[in-house]
Ligand binder design. Structure first.
Ligand code: PMT
Length: 404
């Protein structure tokens, strides 16, 4: 979704300026055109040569550069931009923008653009928490600027505190989310489940499976990037929490069921990529079970079938990880659980299914249409599944456009 988008990346003079190199690199790798603007202060921290090399485009450092390809720079950059991103943003640039001061090329570009502007502040804790900075940020927010809040951690002063530039994945996720506003899922609420449930045996042991959560997280991010409000109900995974998504953390199948039921009445679609345990120990032991020579027999019972029993008017999509009779088994699950679609996941193919970054799936609908996809990155599988969900959603009721 970032391919061919034009992104102005504004870099201001803070120690986190070096992290902007990674942002420029990652955005360029997605196929975006990255036009870098550096303030005079940013040049004290990092060379424009770095950005010239990473983005493969000229870097703008002055208002009137006669050698540049841009005619009147701030105007042409502002006009071409799909989004303006300032990362890192110092207290100084935030103050200037809040006051409408246009005394450098970056401020002028922000004032001249009609594109959304995203700001990722990075500064000393006291500067960030100072009421003047807080007021300035609130003012910008009220004017429609998107603020990616800083993180807590090690600061240039040698102290720990709030003010570190937000995680780069969060900044790029926020860019995707902003650019996805008005996408084909705008105004929709998509609920996604991910990961393998944990069914406790005792306080330290549990039964689970090899689900990494990657498929579910890819679906949640893809839905966010198409404009949806997304709730991700996730069993434990080691994946970072995606930005711009309501994340509900659960452990057991029973907890996942409760979480799904809590949001179901507000959902337009439920996509269950989670590998929910089919069985759980009848009773988890209160204390850690001691090792014994006789071995251990666990008595198990069925977990609740979440997808098969949840009620509502939303589009229901299931996944089926199968090692044999892929289409027949998946069709049977679609029928039993009353689904609109099922995504049959071939876990015998290389690099497909549990834990991998790619997946090989066949999408089957209620009418029996079978669509076999090649091995694709999970993010692309997610978009193909959502393409099918979009056409099944009832037409949205007409709404007045939201004011920024
Ligand atoms: O997480 P990854 O490592 O990326 O791996 C992705 C995946 C392989 C887990 C995913 O692509 C997948 O196939 N998920 C479904 C796993 C499965 O085999 O589900 P199932 O056949 O047991 O269940 C069918 C459907 O019913 C699923 O949508 C499941 O979420 C749901 N279900 C299952 C059991 C249960 N008690 N309640 C349910 O709602």
């Amino acid at each position: 979704m970032l391919r061919n988008k034009t992104i102005v990346l504004g870099i201001t003079g803070g120690i986190a300026a070096y992290k902007a190199a990674e942002i420029a690199s990652q955005l360029t790798q997605t196929g975006a055109n990255v036009n870098v603007i550096m303030t005079e202060e940013a040049l004290q921290f990092i060379s424009p040569v770095t950005f010239r090399a990473l983005a493969g485009r000229p870097v703008v450092t002055e208002m009137f550069d006669l050698a540049s390809e841009f005619s009147i720079e701030h105007v042409s950059l502002a006009k071409a931009a799909d989004i303006v991103v300032i990362a890192p943003a110092t207290a100084n640039i935030i103050a200037k923008l809040a006051a409408g001061i246009a005394d450098d090329i970056l401020c002028c570009t922000v004032l001249a653009t009609e594109a959304p502007v995203l700001i990722a502040p990075a500064m000393e804790t006291n500067m960030y928490t100072n009421p003047i900075t807080r007021d300035n940020l609130a003012k910008l927010k009220a004017r429609g600027f998107v603020i990616v809040d800083p993180a807590t951690g090690w600061l240039a002063s040698g102290r720990e505190g709030l003010g570190r530039l937000a995680d780069i994945n969060d900044i790029i996720g926020s860019i995707r989310q902003v650019l996805g506003r008005g996408g084909d899922l705008a105004g929709r609420h998509i609920v996604v489940t991910a990961g393998g449930s944990h069914e406790p045996i005792d306080p330290v042991r549990y039964i689970s499976n090899r689900s990494s959560g990657k498929m579910g997280y890819a679906l949640a991010e893809a839905a966010r990037d198409r404009g949806a409000k997304v709730t991700l109900i996730t069993a434990p995974t080691s994946l970072p929490e995606p930005v711009g998504i309501d994340v509900v953390k659960v452990g057991t199948a029973q907890e996942m069921r409760r979480a799904v039921e809590n949001v179901a009445s507000r959902a337009d679609a439920l996509v269950m990529a989670a590998a929910v345990a089919d069985y759980r120990p009848i009773k988890a032991a209160k204390d850690k079970i001691k090792k014994g020579k006789a071995g251990l027999t666990l008595r198990m019972e069925c977990t609740p079938d979440i997808l098969g029993t949840v009620k509502g008017k939303f589009v229901k999509v299931g996944f089926a990880a199968e090692s044999n009779n892929l289409v027949e088994n998946a069709r049977e699950k679609l029928r039993q659980k009353g689904l609109a679609l099922i995504v049959a996941n071939d876990i015998t193919a290389n690099d497909s299914g549990f834990g991998s970054d790619t997946n090989r799936v066949t999408i089957i609908d209620r009418k029996g249409k079978v669509d076999s996809l090649p091995l694709l990155p999970k993010r692309e599988v997610a978009d193909r599944v959502l393409d099918r969900v979009v056409v099944l959603l009832p037409k949205p009721r007409s709404r007045r456009p939201k004011k920024l």
